[in-house]
Design a protein around this ligand. Sequence first.
Ligand code: PSU
Ligand code: MN
Length: 306
Amino acid sequence: MKQYLSYSTEVKEALETGKAIVALESTIISHGMPYPQNVITAKEVEQIIRDHGAVPATIAILDGQIKIGLSDEELEVLGNSKDVAKASRRDLPYLLATKQKGATTVAATMICADLAGIRIFVTGGIGGVHRGAENTMDISADLEELAKTNVAVICAGAKSILDIGLTMEYLETKGVPVVGYQTDFLPAFYTRTSPFSVNFRADDAQTVAAMLKAKWELNLTGGAVIANPIREEDAMDESFITDIIERALSEANENGIVGKNVTPFLLGKVKELTEGKSLVANIALIKHNAAVGAEIAVAFQNDLNR
Ligand code: PSU
Ligand code: MN
């Protein structure tokens, strides 16, 4: 297995010296945001993690290798090339074997982080059960990965391009805890709340770290969702964004968008219809998640080192 993994110097050193590490995905760079904001944000997010005492490990597939920690040049390639595949669990073997570029989704990033022994992962939003999934069966592989891979995902909840209620039901069936970070409600990405409650509330990083430690020491295999609401000042107006999402969903239907193209299409449409306001919110929330995720990683590592 080790032959497929390649570490940046910074991450290698962190692993050797027992420093807190935060994994970061790359689909958000290649398919989730436009250039050049994607690359600028990716670098800023990494710096926020360092400023909070942890080491960032952005993950991608390049040159037949799983890269754990990327150089600025590699971030640029991911953010500004046409030939980067969105890489989820099913895509990893083919992309590695054919030495093609792949940007890892939440599911694939969890797999790679787990292989590297990294337990804490920060992103913007997770995939979930899509609206209309009773007909399309469009359920993100992210959920299945959360069911089986021991990595905690700090995110801003689930976007209402998804069926948030069904996503919560799926996670409940799979035994994946959904923890609200300083909130009782599941955040809906662009907004601080949704009509759904989280399973548990944690008010500080130590509580989250202790919970993860208990889960994995008991061999309760699988991940956890740590839902961190967007800051009040960055949140979008709920009725405004709801209306936009409805329009984006009908356009996706009209254009027959299916499979792995659905989420990138919807994100792009929402950005277009909000005239870029959704992108500003997206950047703000992921930076906030980076700060909180780094604190959780530090608390988790302190527990391990004790
Ligand atoms: N949500 C976002 N931005 C993203 C994604 C989701 O706000 O970039 C990406 C993540 O990489 C996530 C993936 O894992 O989309 C889910 O895709 P799908 O629905 O095809 O599983
Ligand atoms: Mn899908």
